[in-house]
Write a protein that binds this ligand. Structure first.
Ligand code: FAD
Length: 496
């Protein structure tokens, strides 16, 4: 049977989901090429983590977005179960304070109907307070959408890639695609900073850089991505102000509003802002005083009290890959044959990712007349890492008897054992991560995620990494830097 070689550029939630869906077929040989040391370090890492109900998508203006959002919301329920991804389904409320806001909110009631979003309804003041005891008592009402969910976005990418790799996909990290190579009107492969990779089909899921990748294939010169920054405040897990629902302010033409949520890891999170940045500012994730103040003001409209900035444990920002007209660019080209754009995937891209993946599969089958053969032994399931937190003493005892490293706690904020770190390192190697980073471990086992943000565990975890990988403790990498001092970015690039 002739096998088709597929290169997917980018291991974000979109590229990973496409890889998982394509891994179901025997006659596809799939490679994901990712420039970063690990998966999910792009847009997919820093977002609001909501699986949207999709009553904010206008089906006339953005028909594909509206359809795939709704399908994605349904598919995630299956995917989080199959792949053991942390998720909750609390529903969401748009909170309003004035008559003008109520008029605006009613628009989403109509969109809910047009999109077929189930259960969306208006709430009066009393019902709103019953549904959400933490809501600002001055709020007049809300629009409730019961199908909203929350997931752990970075663990979602990790889980999807682990499952895809188990089903035969290969991952190449620290490999940047420089250009798509076209010969005689067809893609021939991609030129990377590590050499040429031959391919029959190239799927461009490069997030903030997808326009540039597309231009190297000679298509969509007009299409340019602009970064739109979203800043966030993440509060201490012990801070008791924890909304039970996803709350947000009334959407604007630019954004879905500011949200106050309790993340799946149990922290109050407030954000995002919406700031258009120049085209070249695609790594500009700094936070600002104005951003922080705006978020605190907006959160006060949602919550029973103004969140205390002293309880913030992390300020961070993400960048939305804004397409020129707000529309996602998902297209399989006849010229060059084999080139597929999945570009400009701004919100609700996280929600839609599994549905985008199915849509890309349909496109490939239709546009390139692929005769796909399903694997008989495809595995839909992936187990999570064995964790000690939340277990009974008896369960802990059993674990420790099997492996004493479960009894060695390295992070007290999140209660993480040495055995979990070791399992995460092992899993990173299994999917093809070449450099074990402290960031990669944070996203897998939460070391450095708690109140102390790693000041207690960082060197302890680095020592374990050193033991397991042979890398010296001072050379263990935290994103783009080693634990040593100096020009850490340059050190990462090998310039010093
Ligand atoms: C502030 C904010 C809030 C959001 N909130 C939500 C939300 O609550 N719900 C929701 O549904 N959506 C939300 N989104 C949108 C969602 O996060 C994105 O749509 C989604 O993560 C996009 O995924 P992606 O895989 O396309 O991009 P990415 O995650 O950026 O993946 C692209 C990958 O390609 C890699 N790459 C780039 N160039 C190259 C190259 N040349 N060679 C090799 N690799 C390359 C990158 O390193 C990256 O890992 C939000 C986005 C932001 C920024």
């Amino acid at each position: 049977m002739a096998r088709l070689r597929v290169v997917i550029v980018g291991a974000g939630v979109v590229g990973a989901s496409i890889a998982r869906v394509l891994s179901r077929f025997e006659n596809l040989d799939v490679v994901i090429v990712e420039k970063e040391p690990d998966v999910g370090w792009g847009v997919s890492k820093a977002n609001t983590s909501i699986i949207h109900p999709c009553h904010e998508e206008d089906p006339e203006k953005y028909p594909l977005r509206a359809r795939l959002c709704l399908e994605g919301n349904k598919l995630w329920r299956e995917w989080v179960r199959e792949l053991s991804i942390p998720a909750r389904w609390p529903g969401e409320v748009i909170v309003y304070h004035t008559e003008e806001e109520e008029v605006e909110v009613r628009k989403y009631l109509r969109l809910a109907e047009a999109n077929g979003v189930p259960g969306v309804r208006l709430l009066g003041r009393e019902e709103l307070r019953e549904l959400e005891p933490n809501v600002n008592p001055e709020a007049v009402g809300g629009l409730y959408a019961p199908t909203a969910g929350l997931i752990s976005p970075f663990e979602a990418v990790i889980a999807i890639v682990e499952n895809a790799v188990e089903n035969g996909v290969r991952l190449l990290t620290e490999t940047r695609v420089e250009r798509v190579v076209v010969k005689d009107g067809r893609v021939a492969g991609v030129e990377t900073d590590r050499g040429f990779i031959a391919a029959d089909i190239v799927v461009n899921a490069a997030g903030l850089y997808a326009d540039r990748v597309s231009h190297t294939a000679g298509v969509e010169e007009w299409f340019r991505i602009r970064p739109r920054r979203g800043q966030y405040l993440l509060f201490d897990e012990d801070y008791p102000l924890k909304p039970q629902r996803v709350l947000h302010t009334v959407p604007t033409p630019k954004t879905k509003g500011v949200y106050a949520i309790t993340t799946v890891h149990g922290n109050l999170m407030v954000g995002p802002t919406a700031e258009d940045l120049p085209e070249e500012a695609r790594e500009e994730v700094s936070t600002t005083r104005e951003g922080v103040e705006l978020l605190l003001d907006e959160a006060s409209k949602l919550l029973r009290e103004r969140p205390d900035p002293k309880r913030v444990i992390r300020f961070f920002a993400g960048l939305r890959p804004e397409p020129p007209d707000g529309n996602w660019l998902i297209k399989a080209y006849a010229e060059p044959w084999g080139f597929v754009n999945v570009a400009g995937i701004r919100s609700p891209g996280l929600t839609a990712a599994p549905a985008i993946a199915n849509y890309v599969l349909e496109l490939l089958a239709r546009e390139y007349s692929l005769d796909l053969v399903e694997k008989r032994n495809w595995r839909p399931f992936r187990q999570d890492i064995t964790r000690v937190r939340g277990r009974s003493l008896q369960e802990l005892d059993e674990l420790i008897r099997k492996n004493p490293d479960y009894g060695e706690i390295v992070c007290y904020c999140k209660f993480v054992s040495k055995a979990e770190v070791a399992e995460a390192v092992e899993r990173m190697r299994r999917i093809g991560v070449k450099t074990v980073t402290l960031d990669g471990l944070k996203f897998r086992v939460y070391v450095g995620f708690g109140k102390c943000q790693g000041s207690f565990c960082r060197t302890r975890v680095a020592k374990i990494v050193s033991e397991l990988t042979g890398v010296e403790v001072k050379d263990v990498v935290v994103k783009y830097s080693s634990l040593g001092v100096g020009d850490v970015k340059a050190a990462w690039r090998g310039e010093v």
